[in-house]
Every structure is written in structure tokens, then in C-alpha cells.
Design a protein around this ligand. Structure first.
Ligand SMILES: Nc1ccn([C@@H]2O[C@H](COP(=O)(O)OP(=O)(O)OP(=O)(O)O)[C@@H](O)[C@H]2O)c(=O)n1
Ligand SMILES: C[C@](O)(CO)[C@H](O)COP(=O)(O)O
Length: 246
């Protein structure tokens, strides 16, 4: 750990990140898992980890890899030993639960905060993570970066629009998503593997996560065209860390 994180050990509650990095990227159309595909000169996950490493309030970043991952160490040689585990599961929720268990084994407490961030959201900027922390640190539940839906929403059937869905009050969830470690662990245990984000698990136990406006560039690399878009955006984002506006 760094001198900065040593200083933080005197704080009653610590903040940790869990980075699920065990997916296969079946929609991305590239060879191998998309988190290792290069964008702007580095693998996707290397950008993600560099941004999180610059968030000074994070005490540690736990990366969850697939059991057969043989690329991580070469891609992130500076990542602290013991802070990457090969216990990723069949679903994202399983991988996140494994990351939380690994944090517990390294001394994290139920009252500590955990910020879960997709390895595949490689455009994340430290200032956006800090904005989430600032908004959630005093919140009784925690919350997530998200964007109000800007487009008209269609319900489809067989490739045709059959109705228009009211977009009022609808937000698109991003990551990081920040909750108390113990509450999140129990919620994930309660809902099982099928939920696609942490907020879903928290909602399922009757709590309402805070929605913190994110940035449209914080998209998840999902489709083949997303690599080229990330390539173009990453260099220009690096210079404007403080700007959450669009
Ligand atoms: N079993 C899984 C599935 C996903 N993830 C991670 O969760 C994040 C978001 O998931 P997604 O974009 O759906 O990744 P993939 O499952 O890799 O992609 P796809 O659904 O296209 O196969 C990614 O960083 C991915 O590596 C994970 O750790 N474990
Ligand atoms: C967590 C997430 O990135 C929020 O948008 C998303 O839910 C992941 O979903 P996926 O089904 O793994 O793509």
C-alpha cells in the first residue's frame, strides 16, 4: 500500500473498489476478452485501473479475473500483489460477490464502502469517481453514476416498434456503484446471480440508491464500434478531469 493509503487507515471507514474483469466480451467481436483489447495504445483494463489508481480516497482496488486468465499480470504489472483474484464467476454478479469476499479476506469491514466499476468502462475519469464519492459518502444507502434517458424509448417485437415507453424518470445505469460492503454482500446473496448491477440488488432489499449524474463518455465498451469510439475520446478526456458537463 502507498503512504497515502497508510494515512487513510486511521479513518473509521475505508473505501475500496472492486473491478469485475472476468467477462468474455461475446458482443464485442474481437479475439479474446474485450478487456484486453487495445484502445488508445493500451488494453481496455489498463486505462480503467490507471483512472482508479488516481482516486486518492480509494484504499485498494480488487480486480476479479476469470480462473483461466493468463494476461492480467503482463497488462498491469504495477498492480499490487494480492489485489487480483482468479475467482470470477459465470455472471457479473458472481464475480462481484467474489471480489467482495476477497476484500473481506484482506481485512475490509462490513461498514466500509465498496465502489464496483466495470473493467470495460475504460473512459472513467478520477473526477467522476470523486463526484460519486462526494455524493454518497453521507448518504444512508449509497448510489451510482447514471444518466437520464435522452431518447424516445421503443418497445420492440420482432424488430418492429410496438409501443413507446414513457421515458419520464428513467435513467441509464453506469458504474461505479457505491454501497456499504456488508449491505451489498447481503443484498447480492439475497438476489442471486441474475442481477446486472449492484443497484438492482440493493433495490431488491427495499433500499433506493442515489442517482448521481454521470458522463455520456463513461460508456461500457460492448459492441465492435465502441473500441474506435474509445480510441478517439480517451486522449481528449485526459485533459479535462474536472468537467462533468456534456
Ligand atoms: N461473468 C462475468 C461477466 C462480466 N464480468 C465483467 O463485468 C463487466 C461488464 O460486463 P459486460 O460488459 O457484460 O462484459 P462481458 O460479459 O464480458 O460481455 P458480453 O455480455 O458481451 O459477453 C465487464 O468488465 C466484464 O469483464 C465479469 O467480471 N464476470
Ligand atoms: C453494471 C452495468 O454496467 C450498468 O449499466 C450493466 O448493468 C452491466 O450489464 P451487462 O449485462 O453485464 O452488460
Amino acid at each position: 500500500m502507498t503512504a497515502e493509503s497508510d494515512r487513510l487507515t486511521s479513518q473509521p471507514e475505508r473505501l475500496y473498489a472492486v473491478v469485475p474483469c472476468a467477462g468474455v466480451g461475446s458482443r464485442a467481436g474481437v479475439e479474446g476478452p474485450k478487456q484486453y483489447h487495445p484502445v488508445a495504445g493500451r488494453p481496455v483494463v489498463a486505462h480503467t485501473l490507471a483512472a482508479l489508481a488516481a482516486v486518492r480516497r480509494l484504499h485498494g482496488v480488487m480486480v476479479v479475473l476469470s480462473p483461466d486468465d493468463d494476461r492480467f499480470e503482463a497488462v498491469a504489472p504495477a498492480h499490487p500483489p494480492g489485489w487480483a483474484v482468479r475467482t470470477g464467476g459465470a455472471s457479473r454478479a458472481d464475480s462481484v460477490a467474489a471480489g467482495i469476499r476477497a476484500l473481506r479476506e484482506r481485512g475490509a469491514a462490513p461498514s466500509d464502502w465498496v465502489l464496483v466499476h466495470d473493467a470495460a468502462r475504460c473512459l472513467i475519469q478520477p473526477a467522476w469517481v470523486d463526484a460519486l464519492i462526494d455524493a454518497c459518502l453521507l448518504d444512508p444507502v449509497g448510489g451510482l453514476l447514471a444518466l437520464p434517458v435522452a431518447d424516445t424509448l421503443k418497445q420492440s417485437d420482432g424488430g418492429r416498434a410496438v409501443s413507446t415507453v414513457d421515458r419520464q424518470g428513467k435513467w441509464a445505469a453506469q458504474t461505479p456503484q457505491m454501497f456499504r460492503l456488508g449491505v451489498l454482500a447481503d443484498a447480492l446473496d439475497h438476489v442471486g446471480s441474475a442481477v446486472t448491477d449492484e443497484a438492482s440488488a440493493i433495490e431488491a432489499v427495499g433500499l433506493s440508491p442515489r442517482l448521481v449524474p454521470g458522463h455520456f463518455c463513461n460508456f461500457k465498451v460492448t459492441w465492435p464500434g465502441d473500441f474506435a469510439l474509445a480510441d478517439q475520446l480517451l486522449p481528449s478526456l485526459a485533459g479535462q478531469h474536472g468537467d462533468m458537463s456534456r
